[in-house]
Design a protein around this ligand. Structure first.
Ligand code: MRU
Length: 369
């Protein structure tokens, strides 16, 4: 995506083919820093500490992690047993986004097929690049399919501003290009639709206030940051026409894990008869899990992310304590919105209702015989 006139992605392979470059998302919007990942340990740390984040980007970063594993192999040629061990380590970096395991398994299975061990490094690089390009294209298509939904609302409002609400950051920073939830928003804006986005701040790490607001601002899209608890009030007062969010893992039956607080937005949307859409590429479907509330693993993170807030103070990024020093806190990173609260999914293959039948209609190859 273009930032200040320059095309940029959140991840790319350096021209020396030895390091992976990523935008350090912990520092945005105050500082734009590019970090180098040179080893599998660097990649695991970057995913855990959320230098990179967002389901599709976690997957692509891990895919490059497999490439780095092959590149830095202690043996020449690369041995399969070593690769498998490194893949297990990569997959354990964060538990909820299914894209992580999906991308690692995709690349590993391609590498295991390569008979000549000396060609494995090349094969890994090509596969990681292929996954990155495919995710960018998926998001472009999600934008095209989601556009028609926004266009319909705009027509029914006779061109008056369409107000969208989103939670967390499911933008290009979390993907490769366009984003998932934001792809239809960019497409609508590019097609001249008058839109405005309510951006949930998304405590505790403020991915909405920091990242989504930054992305939309750089693109010139009208937006307003709101507290996480404001959405219900706005919905009761006809100030939201549609909610679009991303997801970290969606069961093939339509239950959606996404950033903590998404479930409450879906409840409020249902109560106010407001369409609630989830945008996702096929890499975010979990084709094995049936019951999302019961079975999707929910990450719990360091309570200090709740107890402290990061911000800019006289030019320096600082963390400040906002709770009593000895009060305990808990940090549930995701929740699950059951399919019954979801109006539909926007995927690279089109829009469908949130049911097993409809999902499998779009992805018939996933039907179990
Ligand atoms: O903890 P994060 O910032 O990785 O959580 C990200 C989200 O919840 C996103 O909405 C989700 O990964 C979809 S990104 C297209």
């Amino acid at each position: 995506m273009k930032v200040d006139g320059q095309n940029i992605r959140p991840i790319w392979l350096d021209s020396d083919l030895k390091k992976v470059k990523v935008i350090d998302q912990r520092l945005l919007p105050h500082e734009f820093l590019v970090a180098d990942l040179k080893t599998v340990d660097d990649v695991i740390r970057a995913i855990k500490e959320m230098v990179v984040r967002g389901a599709p980007l976690i997957g692509v970063t891990a895919a490059y992690g497999v490439y780095l594993a092959a590149l830095n192999s202690p043996t020449d040629p690369v041995e399969d047993a070593y690769l498998i061990e490194e893949c297990i380590r990569l997959k354990s970096a964060r538990p909820t986004a299914v894209n992580l395991a999906w991308a690692v398994d995709e690349i590993l299975s391609e590498m295991l097929k390569v008979g000549d061990a000396s060609e494995k490094v090349d094969a890994a690089r090509k596969e990681a690049e292929k996954i990155a390009e495919a995710e960018a294209e998926n998001c472009r298509r999600i934008g095209a399919h989601g556009f028609s939904l926004i266009d319909k609302i705009s027509r029914s409002k006779k061109g008056k501003t369409v107000n969208l609400l989103t939670h967390c950051n499911a933008g290009w920073l979390a993907c490769i290009e366009y984003g998932t939830a934001t792809a239809p928003i960019y497409a609508a804006f590019d097609n001249g639709i008058d839109i405005h986005v309510w951006v949930d701040e998304t405590r505790p790490l403020n991915q909405g206030a920091r990242l989504t607001a930054w992305e939309l601002g750089k693109y010139g899209i009208k937006h307003t940051i709101i507290t996480d608890n404001a959405g219900g009030h706005l919905m009761q007062h006809d100030m939201v026409d549609m909610v679009i969010v991303g997801t970290d893992r969606t069961t093939f039956t339509g239950d959606v894990a996404n950033k903590i607080g998404t479930y409450l937005k879906a409840l409020a949307a249902k109560d106010n008869n407001i369409p609630f859409y989830v945008a996702l590429p096929s890499s975010t479907f979990d084709w094995k899990l049936r019951d999302g509330v019961r079975d999707i693993p929910i990450e719990t993170r360091n309570p200090d992310e709740v107890r402290y807030v990061q911000g800019l103070d006289r030019g320096d990024i600082r963390h400040v304590l906002i709770t009593p020093a000895d009060s305990p806190a808990q940090n549930f990173a995701f929740d699950v919105t059951p399919s019954r609260l979801i109006t539909g999914f926007i995927t690279e293959r089109g829009v469908c209702r949130a049911s097993e039948k409809e999902i499998l209609r779009l992805f018939p190859e996933k039907k179990k015989s």
